[in-house]
Design a binder for this molecule. Structure first.
Ligand SMILES: [Zn+2]
Length: 290
């Protein structure tokens, strides 16, 4: 199992630990910073000061909360859009996707069909106008064979994948030119929404793996803050959806390089610390902080 991602990843890691999941892989290239402490369960100011890798914080969180007899965490400090992160995701039986960018969503969608690994995805949309809150909705779904893919479910905009691969979504000049209400220019505290979304994703995971009440597919679930309610619906892919034609093709139909674009590594630009931040591929529970 893998947890990939951003705002809900720590909540999901904690939940998986407490429901007894034994083996997980956490894939995330990013480090803890002060401005994202508001969305990272288990992360401390000390973690931010030391710019600890999120995967190491997630590993610590999992071991502390685990109810399994022999919990094992593989921490991979890469993006799923990089070869190492992609390969780690392929080693998993199921992926819980917690990213907010189109490219990793596109890659996970590809994995779900080409490599037959189910992906439980979730996302949050916060609407603002001139800096004021205007509403929010969050949604979760499980994709893979027999179900609608992320693209047909509207979980990402395909035109944004290319922008991200070209580096524009991290380009300060490009971002500066966007409307002030654009997603890329905002940094709301969405922790309460994240808790609700993480719960939806973990319940989708439980439904898929246990078939509880003979309901392995909970559909496309969406909660609307403005409407004070939720809805669930079954979606289908479009008739010409390319992902449905990639079923079980692995790397044979589309070269891995075409999906990952290895010419554009997705690693942070800052200096990589070399001391305690090193992140072994696998490891036993870390020592408690002094
Ligand atoms: Zn589709």
């Amino acid at each position: 199992m893998a947890g990939l991602g951003l705002y809900t990843i720590m909540l999901i890691v904690e939940s998986l630990a407490r429901v007894g999941v034994e083996w997980i892989t956490i894939i995330d290239f990013d480090r803890v910073q002060l401005h994202n402490l508001d969305r990272l369960l288990g992360a401390t100011r000390r973690d931010a000061q030391l710019r600890r890798l999120k995967v190491n914080v997630g590993r610590r969180l999992f071991y502390r909360a685990s109810t399994a007899v022999n919990p094992v965490v593989r921490a991979v400090a890469k993006s799923v859009t990089e070869p190492e992160g992609f390969a780690a995701a392929l080693d998993c039986d199921l992926i819980l996707l917690c990213v907010d960018r189109p490219w990793p969503r596109h890659v996970a969608n590809y994995i779900a069909y080409a490599n037959l690994i189910p992906v439980v995805e979730g996302g949050i949309i916060v609407r603002t106008h001139e800096g004021r809150f205007r509403g929010a909705e969050w949604s979760a779904r499980t994709v893979g064979p027999g179900r609608a893919c992320l693209r047909c479910a509207g979980a990402y905009d395909p035109s944004m994948v290319d922008l991200e691969r070209r580096g524009l979504l991290d380009d300060p000049h490009y971002i500066q030119g966007l409307d002030e209400d654009h997603l890329l220019r905002r940094n709301e505290n969405i922790f309460p929404f994240s808790m609700s979304l993480a719960s939806m994703q973990v319940i989708q995971f439980i439904a898929l793996t246990t078939g509880l009440l003979h309901m392995p597919d909970l559909g496309d679930q969406r909660h609307f803050y403005n409407l004070k309610g939720s809805r669930s619906q079954s979606l289908c892919c479009a008739a010409d959806c390319e992902f449905q034609h990639m079923m079980a093709t692995g790397d044979t139909q589309i070269p891995r390089e075409a999906i990952l674009n290895q010419a554009v590594p997705h690693t942070p630009k800052w200096q990589e610390p070399t001391d305690e931040h090193s992140c072994p591929a696998t490891g036993r529970p870390p020592k408690r902080e002094q």
